[in-house]
Design a protein around this ligand. Structure first.
Ligand SMILES: Nc1ncnc2c1ncn2[C@@H]1O[C@H](COP(=O)(O)OP(=O)(O)OP(=O)(O)O)[C@@H](O)[C@H]1O
Ligand SMILES: [Mg+2]
Length: 258
């Protein structure tokens, strides 16, 4: 099955976001299918993070619609959207410094329902089994990101690049149909970037849809099925990495903003 035949996971329909007199996102539309990696690129201030915020409930849409699977999530709160299975990282996110790398990733996997809490206190077999599989999943992600040896290191003792990997790992470890990553490659070495790219590809092969905001074009070109280009809040181009690389409108937007 080709990507275009798969079910739609995210549909952004004519979305605008305004801050006072500033239109940060202006009538943006695109969609994302299961198993697709789509990069959202554009110059600084183009509106990429704002569009992420509009999708995940952190910014109010002035107009337009955001549909996740069968659910219209326009105007829903961030926690409600997260509960539906939308995961994201933040451009300037962070780790819990006093926790180990493994524990940081586990915080993403533990959802504190009452049933779980009671199960954990009573050490019910189901809770023990769930804990075991969470740890296995967290260890797998640490391995995928090339930081298995940092499992028990306290986050505050890690380099900023390693902390970034832990933070990304926390998001990627969670079961989800849609993952949004805001500039994950900042501060990562070439090897880290390659590991991250390979992990994104594996998640996509499992059917996860990934929206990637990234300035590191090498990573974008290596992993994306499609690229959407934003400039001054508007989608100015959308296409395969090949088409975007050679699009004069895109080159103009980048050069014109320098
Ligand atoms: N909370 C806010 N209040 C007012 N203006 C904002 C707010 N957030 C963003 N903006 C403005 O909206 C525009 C888009 O910003 P945004 O952060 O979405 O850009 P970006 O594409 O993510 O840029 P970068 O590549 O630098 O991260 C900018 O002009 C920015 O100054
Ligand atoms: Mg941004």
């Amino acid at each position: 099955m080709t990507v275009s035949e798969r079910r739609s996971v995210l549909s952004v329909e004519d979305v605008s976001v305004r801050f006072g007199g500033l239109t940060a996102v202006s009538g943006a539309s695109f969609d994302l299918r299961a198993g697709e990696i789509c990069a959202l690129i554009g110059p600084n201030g183009a509106g990429k993070s704002t569009l992420f915020n509009a999708i995940t409930g952190f910014a109010r849409t002035a107009s337009g619609r955001v549909v996740f699977g069968a659910d219209d999530i326009t105007g829903k709160r961030p926690d409600a959207i997260a509960r539906l299975g939308v995961r994201r990282t933040f451009q300037n996110g962070g780790v819990l410094k006093k926790l180990s790398a493994l524990e940081n990733i586990l915080t993403g996997l533990h959802c504190a329902t009452q049933r779980r809490i009671v199960g954990n206190i009573l050490r019910l077999p189901s809770a023990v089994e769930e804990e075991r599989s969470s740890i296995a999943r967290a260890e797998e992600v640490l391995r995928d990101l090339g930081i298995a040896d940092l499992r028990d290191a306290k986050a505050e003792d890690l380099s900023s690049g390693q902390q970034r990997l832990v933070e990304i790992g926390r998001t990627l470890a969670q079961h989800s149909r849609l993952i949004l990553l805001d500039e994950p490659a900042v501060g990562l070495s070439a090897t880290d970037r390659a590991n991250l790219g390979a992990l994104l590809k594996r998640l996509a092969a499992d059917g996860v849809a990934i929206l990637l905001v990234e300035h590191v074009l090498e990573l974008v070109m290596a992993v994306s099925d499609r690229i959407v280009v934003l400039n001054h809040g508007q989608v100015i181009a959308s296409g395969t990495p090949e088409a975007i690389r050679n699009d004069p409108v895109v080159l103009e937007a980048y050069l014109g903003n320098k």
